[in-house]
Structures are given as C-alpha cells and as structure tokens.
Write a protein that binds this ligand. Structure first.
Ligand SMILES: [Zn+2]
Length: 314
C-alpha cells in the first residue's frame, strides 16, 4: 500500500506519495495560501495530492491513508488542529475537511515529531526501539518515537524539547519563559551570542567572515571560525556544545532512548559538532559503565517531513 504525506510549512506545502519502506515515489508542491479560507486551503492541498498521485502512476485504491506534519499542535481530544500560528489556523477540523475531497483515514502531528518518525522508519534510527530527534534550526523542535509510534503526550503538547528550561532565570524566550533550550541550542541563539560578543573580538575570524557587519553573522560563520581555531569561534562553539550536551544527557537520564538524532541547519556542522558532543556527553552521563543512546546525525534532510507525515498511517 501507499501513503500520502503533506509537509505543511508557512510558505509552502510539499506532498509525497510514499511506500511502506518510507521511499518517496513522487513529489509535488504548492504555495501556502494563508489569504484564502481554511476550507479552500485544504481543498488546494487535496488537489495537489491527487495531481501528484496521478503522476506517480497509481490511483486512490492503492492509498491506505493520508498524513500531515503541521507547524502546530493537534488536540487529541477533538482530532482538530488546535492551532498553527504560521497558517493562521485555530481549531481546524483538518481531517474532516480533507475527507470531503479524499475519503481516506487522515493523521496529523507536529512537524518535528513527524521528522523524527521518518528517521525512525527510513533514516538514521531506522528500526530503533526508541529515538529522540532534535531539529536545530531557527528554533529547536523535538520528535519522540517509542516502539515505532510517535509520542506527543496525553494532551498533545509533549515533545516540546525546545522549551525545556535548562537555565533558571536564563535568556528570555519567545514563549514567555526564560532559559529555554531553544535560547541556547538554536541557530538563532548562536547568532545572537556572536553578535553580542564580536565587538570585543575585533580580530576574530567571525568579524572577517561577516565583513565587519555583525548583522550578517550566521551560525555557519561561527562554527567555521571555531574549526579554524579562532578564539571567539571556539568560545561560542564550546558554549553551544555544553548546552546541547547537557540537553542530551537530560534526555538520556529521563528517557534512555536507543538513538538521539540531530537534524536541522546547525547539524550540518557534521562530525565537528558530533565528536565534541559525544565527548562531552560521555563525561556527563551518570551510569558510565552502562551503554547509552547513540548520538547521530539525521540523514533524510528536507524529505523527512513528507516521509514522516506519510508514515503516520503505518
Ligand atoms: Zn521557550
């Protein structure tokens, strides 16, 4: 059987026809239309899915279910999308609307959660007993998979790992709290820390990379400077590793998953980041003689959203 997955973002929707191994057979996409009523947005998504399915050479009889990864929260009591700020959705009966156009079971979950599921089906944690996926991008998202099933919590608001508080009274977060992990482990956090420090390090390689304009600093510039041995680059990198390894150790002590997978833009630092994290986690982990979670880089990249959404129906 085949599964249709929607990766719904604030600017675009990616659609894929996926087989049970998590392989994408055919892809389509459309621009996210927040300027039209929600029912029309969902109809446009259904049309895009049917067009993509047609191109794949298969028909609706071959499709078992539809799934959507959404930048928001699904209320398990109603099955409605409780809210998606980027799409302007509030209490939307996504499944009910979608079934008016395609009469198949419809599943939904948070975008980071479905990306974690994708890695657990077809990526770095394929077949693992349990895995925690962290997206290290503009923010930090989390996806927990246990026994092949996503864990979103009893009320649907679990796995918000980015808003785990790792510093009491720490840096203010967009969510209203202080000291959230996202304020230390996102690309945004790296950029803000570099901007705040770079004026005291005029000779830093970061200053050269941003051509003297701190507003042009990105996370890659900071980590590249660290790789070159630059003093400020290394200071910021080491602070980052400390925050992320603390998080990873918290996850290990709390949940003891088989795999912790890292995705998102910051994870592109690759082995440079991974080696430093593994070393620090080995120091911090409590049961030093016991095996603990493998820490790996996610491998599905941007397709993880489509694959994981489709695999919600597995
Ligand atoms: Zn927060």
């Amino acid at each position: 059987m085949l599964y249709i997955g929607f990766d719904v973002g604030g600017t675009g929707v990616q659609v894929g026809v996926v087989n049970e191994k998590g392989e994408i057979l055919c892809k389509g996409n459309m621009v996210t239309r927040t300027d039209i009523p929600v029912a029309d947005q969902i109809k446009a998504m259904a049309d895009c899915a049917l067009e993509t399915l047609g191109r794949s050479g298969y028909g609706l009889n071959d499709v078992k279910s539809l799934g959507a990864g959404l930048p928001g929260v699904v209320d398990p009591r109603t099955g409605h999308v409780a809210f998606c700020p980027n799409l302007g959705w509030k209490d939307v009966d996504f499944a009910g609307e979608m079934r008016k156009h395609i009469d198949k079971p419809v599943y939904m979950d948070n975008d980071a959660t479905v990306a974690g599921l994708a890695e657990n089906v077809a990526g770095v944690s394929a077949g693992a007993h349990s895995s925690v996926f962290l997206t290290l991008g503009t923010g930090v998202g989390g996806g927990i998979v246990i026994g092949g099933k996503v864990w979103s919590g009893f009320h649907g608001v679990g796995s918000e790992i980015g808003h785990m508080i790792i510093e009491m009274d720490g840096n203010p977060c967009n969510c209203g709290n202080r000291g959230c992990l996202e304020r230390y482990c996102s690309a945004t956090a790296i950029i803000l820390a570099a901007r705040a420090a770079v004026n005291q390090y005029q000779d830093s390689a970061i200053m050269a990379k941003c051509e003297g304009d701190p507003m042009k600093i990105n996370a890659k510039m900071v980590f590249d400077a660290a790789k070159e041995g630059d003093e400020l680059g290394l200071k910021l990198f080491n602070e980052y590793v400390k925050a992320l390894s603390t998080t990873i150790v918290n996850i290990i002590h709390f949940l003891d998953p088989e795999v912790i997978a890292l995705g998102g833009g910051v994870s592109k630092a690759g082995d440079f980041l991974l080696d430093a994290l593994r070393k620090e986690v080995a120091h911090l982990v409590m049961y030093k003689t016991m095996p603990y979670a493998r820490i790996e880089l996610a491998k599905l990249g941007p397709d993880a959203g489509i694959i994981g959404a489709a695999m919600l129906g597995l």
